[in-house]
Design a protein around this ligand. Structure first.
Ligand code: PLZ
Length: 441
């Protein structure tokens, strides 16, 4: 399929067909399932979404970092088409198939760490995180789990307790499971000025030692770049210092790379940007399968093997079409220029946003790595979050055919997760719309 890589607005946003669909949707879809965009999408290719009224929008969100190599990437489409006509389901734990093994080989080969690794596949990011909790508890014989302030790990009963924000993720959905401990994160923009990664790690470690006790902890879960939090990049040295402390105390270090992984930052995994950070387990999802639902846990063979036979599984985990798509995605990462492209995109975005920051003092910080960039909006000259301006800017972008996402504990961060197949021209156009939006604030 192809679609001209151009922003085209044929109606106002939302157009009449989207408005009609919105009525049908409200009548039958649970109010608990919110939506950001007021339009319904008919098809997509590359960096362009086409809605039911024929509007073409630039997608700077990729469904929260999922279609990393572009919508309807031809290699992924043909891999899925071929697979769907051949075999769609056996359940790997009933009767296995080769593509699951091939996807596991590719993931094990490119995930952080040079030690022997093993893999298990699931459906969603939250399910991968839950399984990593199970595996870490089984491997250590311990119960307690540490997570970080501002973190996001999912919407299931266990993972909603691992999120920092109670609202909207857990409001009224309790009781929440226990044995989850929230520890201070390194958040350079809001930490005391000049605080190093090592100092922030010392603060975290003291907190966990006093509050939980190192000997009680099965695992520490960290997003090496926090996603929903608004792309908080911890100060250099933070990850590695926490990791060394985990290693010295027999605690499993889990990197949740559901959002930051799979070539998004210009390396296969964001963890690989910090020397000396060697997570034992990594959770993946989103970008691994080009839009097909797939997640996984990959990591040290002896930890992954500590789960007894039959202890891990699920009907649809690693289904044939999903792993076929994952193989197509990962083979493209191996052969193509996607990692470099992620860095080029990052450099272009940073340059443009930094220019905007010089003009518009409501931009407090521009941050991120590779094609995972965000900016935080504040009341000029302060650290006070500027949530109304963020909302207004998002609305402006959506009305003008550019899909950007919000984020942040204080809902004051705009994040950009463009497909790596986007052209420089289209990227500039999207950034122009952001810049015009900032000018109207
Ligand atoms: N871990 C680091 O970013 C998903 C949530 C979208 P699932 N983030 C997007 C929403 O509002 O539901 C995420 C993540 C990190 C885990 C998850 C959970 O992944 O595939 O959504 O379950």
């Amino acid at each position: 399929m192809s679609l001209e890589q151009k922003r085209i607005l044929t109606t106002s946003i939302p157009g009449p067909k989207s408005v009609e669909l919105q009525k049908r949707r409200t009548a039958v879809v649970s109010a608990g399932v919110g939506t950001m965009l007021p339009v319904f999408i008919e098809r997509a290719h590359g960096a362009i979404l086409e809605d039911v009224d024929g509007n073409q929008l630039i997608d700077m969100g990729t469904g929260i970092g999922v279609v990393t190599i572009g919508h309807t990437n031809p290699g992924v489409v043909s891999a899925v088409q071929e697979q769907v006509a051949k075999l769609t389901h056996t359940l790997f734990t009933v009767a296995p198939y080769e593509k699951y093994v091939r996807a596991a080989e590719l993931l094990a080969a490119h995930s952080p760490g040079s030690f022997p690794k093993k893999v298990a596949f699931f459906n969603s990011g939250a399910e991968a995180v839950e399984n990593a909790v199970k595996i870490a508890r089984r491997a250590t014989g311990r119960t307690e789990i540490a997570v970080f302030d501002h973190a996001y790990h999912g919407r299931t009963s266990l993972t909603m307790a691992m999120n920092f924000k109670a609202h909207p993720y857990a409001t009224g959905f309790g009781p929440l499971p226990g044995s989850i401990h929230h520890a201070p994160m390194s958040y350079p923009f809001r930490d005391p000025e000049g605080m190093t990664g090592e100092q922030a790690a010392a603060r975290t470690i003291t907190y966990l030692e006093k509050r939980v006790g190192a000997s009680q902890l099965a695992a520490v879960f960290i997003e090496p770049i926090q996603g929903e939090a608004g792309f908080i990049v911890p100060a250099p040295g933070f990850l590695k210092t926490i990791d060394s402390w985990c290693k010295a105390n027999g605690i499993v270090m889990v990197a949740d790379e559901v959002q930051s992984g799979m070539a998004r930052t210009g390396k296969w995994f964001a963890s690989q940007w910090e020397d000396g950070f060697d997570p034992d387990l990594v959770t993946v999802a989103k970008g691994i399968a080009g839009g097909m639902p797939l997640s996984g846990v990959v990591g040290r063979a002896e930890i992954m093997d500590s789960a007894h036979a039959g202890g891990l599984g699920g009907t649809f985990g690693g289904s044939p079409t999903a792993v076929a798509a994952a193989v197509a995605v990962m083979e493209q990462f191996e052969q193509g220029d996607w990692l470099n492209r992620a860095q080029e995109i990052g450099a272009l975005i940073v340059k443009r946003l930094t220019e905007m920051m010089a003009i518009y003092p409501i931009i407090g910080e521009v941050r991120g790595v590779g094609a995972m960039q965000a900016f935080e909006l504040v009341m000029p000259g302060t650290l006070d979050p500027n949530q109304p301006a963020t909302e207004a800017l998002l609305k402006h972008c959506h009305k003008n055919g550019v899909v950007v996402l919000n984020a942040g504990t204080y809902a004051n961060v705009v994040r950009l997760l463009p497909p790596l197949s986007i052209s420089d021209d289209l990227l500039h156009e999207a950034l122009d719309v952001i810049s015009e939006g900032l000018a109207t604030l």
